[in-house]
Design a protein around this ligand. Structure first.
Ligand SMILES: Cc1cc2nc3c(=O)[nH]c(=O)nc-3n(C[C@H](O)[C@H](O)[C@H](O)COP(=O)(O)O)c2cc1C
Ligand code: SF4
Length: 514
């Protein structure tokens, strides 16, 4: 047998475990599944063979979810039946996809059904923006995106045009466009739905981005937990090539652009753009030190634009309808709409597209219908593990980055998971801390060692002197937050601290407060 090189071993060991573990049932332990019985499900299945923890399958409106040993992903009633507990649990189907905005953008087509087939997509107008842009003057796409004021939907809210302009200004002519389909935030699933049901819109957004920045190569990075999205995107690429929408002369013009899919291996941090570039390059999925930014030295050291899937699906709409139409939606500081994902546990889970500026309380109480079966909520988790935990007293806030930022609230990918008052908050806190320890990429000490210490501390939340525990936990998290290299270590401490406060109040039998 050939000897494994040290580099190959380093990469294999980085991605070992979790979803990469063959022959085990993979149980989603993401926040929504955790609140819907995932721990008990795993315990039950562990009696029949090996199981592994996965965060997460992006099926949060259908929780719980699992992947069988044969590779089939099941959720809701099917997952419960697989584990032999269907009879005891009633399962309500999610409310689906709805739009509250005056005009839909990203849900425009998926509300009406799947458009993964090229003929269906083209009849609905996909690729018409690309055809229009190929006739227009060079620079017009970038100018339109600049006037629209679009900001990235991947969490940081960075202006799309500024990123593209930086890439365009780079000297090297070999440039890449990368679509970030890693969507690891528990509670968020819009990118999965877009990749599965509207993959040609993602390709059109990428082609427009490539046209704007002078790139001819594209990569769609899709997490391992989304096998259906990978299959749909591969098929869409083949169809688009066949139809001359990708390739050496897109739509017969002198514009060459082609795309390939690269699958992830089950690492949350590979959603961070530089870790993602390393994963595409078959390296360990560790975060790179920035600068240089990907727009200067990204994939294989070349200038690269990395954009989120939802960000890219906004682009053709802007080019087709015009930047003014885009700016007429949302608020001045955040034009357009956002797809909010509502997890199971709300009365009406699913996807709601709304204009930026919608009040959080209205979204939770009116549109999501509050807790399922009238269950009172202790809080909602907004924006995944690096987002915010908000108690009912904090829900009177418009959902737009500036207003949220003033209050220290992070929107992330805008997934919302309801946390019922009856939930075991200590178990949830432990799950969250374990997630951090499992997923830390190991590049910097405060995050990789600090997260393990946090797990130990959470394990004895109810022991010894409470004030001492609080002091040690707070100090530890402040150190991780202040000294970690990337958004993972910087972002997880705040929700962990908030959850610890709520959990401790629950343990002490006290009143829950923010
Ligand atoms: C730990 C971590 C995980 C991330 N995961 C994702 C992800 O799954 N999808 C995504 O689009 N952005 C993710 N991001 C943000 C990306 O680094 C990057 O900002 C984004 O893809 C840029 O796209 P945008 O400008 O269109 O928002 C993550 C960031 C961090 C720090
Ligand atoms: S903060 Fe954590 S995830 Fe980010 S680079 Fe450091 S070890 Fe890796």
């Amino acid at each position: 047998m050939p000897k494994e090189t040290a580099q190959a071993r380093a990469v294999r060991s980085f991605f070992a475990g979790g979803i990469s573990q063959a022959g085990a049932v993979a149980i989603c332990r993401g926040l929504s599944c955790e609140l819907n019985g995932a721990a008990a499900l795993q315990e039950r299945l562990a009696a029949t063979g090996p199981t592994v923890r996965v965060d997460c399958f992006g099926l949060c409106d259908h929780s719980p979810a699992l992947r069988t040993r044969e590779g089939e992903v099941l959720s809701g009633a099917a997952a419960l039946a697989f584990a032999g507990c269907a009879a005891s649990t009633r399962f309500d189907e999610p409310a689906g996809i709805r739009c509250l905005a005056r005009r839909p953008i990203v849900t425009e087509r998926i509300m009406r059904g799947s458009h993964h087939d090229l003929a269906v997509a083209r009849r609905a107008g996909v690729y018409s923006a690309l055809a229009k842009a190929l006739q227009a003057a060079p620079g017009s796409v970038l100018a339109m995106i600049e006037r629209s004021g679009e900001q990235g939907r991947g969490g940081a809210g960075y202006p799309t045009a500024a990123k593209w302009r930086a890439c365009l200004a780079a000297a090297d002519p070999r440039r890449f466009v990368v679509a970030n389909g890693d969507e690891g935030d528990a509670g968020s699933f819009i990118d999965r739905v877009l990749l599965e049901e509207d993959p040609h819109a993602v390709l059109e957004g990428m082609a427009l981005s490539a046209l704007a920045v002078g790139a001819s190569e594209g990569v769609v990075f899709i997490r391992a937990e989304y096998p259906r999205a990978q299959a749909r995107m591969n098929r869409a690429i083949a169809e688009a090539r066949e139809a001359g929408l990708l390739g050496p002369a897109v739509l017969g013009h002198g514009f060459a652009f082609d795309v390939r899919v690269v699958g992830g291996h089950g690492s949350y941090v590979c959603g961070e753009e530089t870790a993602l570039l390393n994963a595409i390059e078959n390296k360990r999925g560790e975060v790179r030190v920035r600068p240089p930014y990907p727009t200067q030295a990204g994939l294989y050291g070349q200038p690269t634009v990395v954009n989120n899937i939802e960000t890219l699906v906004n682009v053709p709409w802007i080019v087709r309808e015009g930047p003014e139409a885009y700016r007429s939606l949302g608020v001045a500081a955040a034009p357009g709409t956002k797809a909010f994902c509502l997890a199971r546990g709300f009365a009406r889970p699913g996807i709601v597209e709304a204009e930026f500026g919608l009040e959080l309380r209205g979204l939770i109480e009116q549109h999501a219908g509050g807790g399922r079966n009238g269950q009172p909520l202790a809080a909602v988790a907004l924006g995944g593990p690096m987002g915010s935990i908000l108690t009912p007293a904090e829900w009177d806030v418009p959902l737009e980055p500036a207003a949220l930022g003033q209050r220290g609230i992070r929107l992330g990918h805008a997934g919302l998971v309801p946390i019922p008052e009856a939930a075991d908050l200590r178990a949830l806190l432990l799950n969250w801390a374990q997630f951090m320890a499992l997923e830390s990429c190991g590049k910097c000490v405060p995050c990789s060692l600090g997260s393990r210490r946090a797990v130990e501390l959470v394990g004895r939340i109810d022991q010894g002197n409470h004030d001492e525990w609080q002091r040690e936990f707070t100090q530890l998290l402040a150190t991780i937050e202040g000294t970690s290299l990337c958004g993972f270590g910087q972002g997880l401490p705040q929700p962990l601290l908030k959850l610890a406060t709520l959990a401790r109040a629950q343990v002490a039998g006290g009143q829950l407060h923010g």
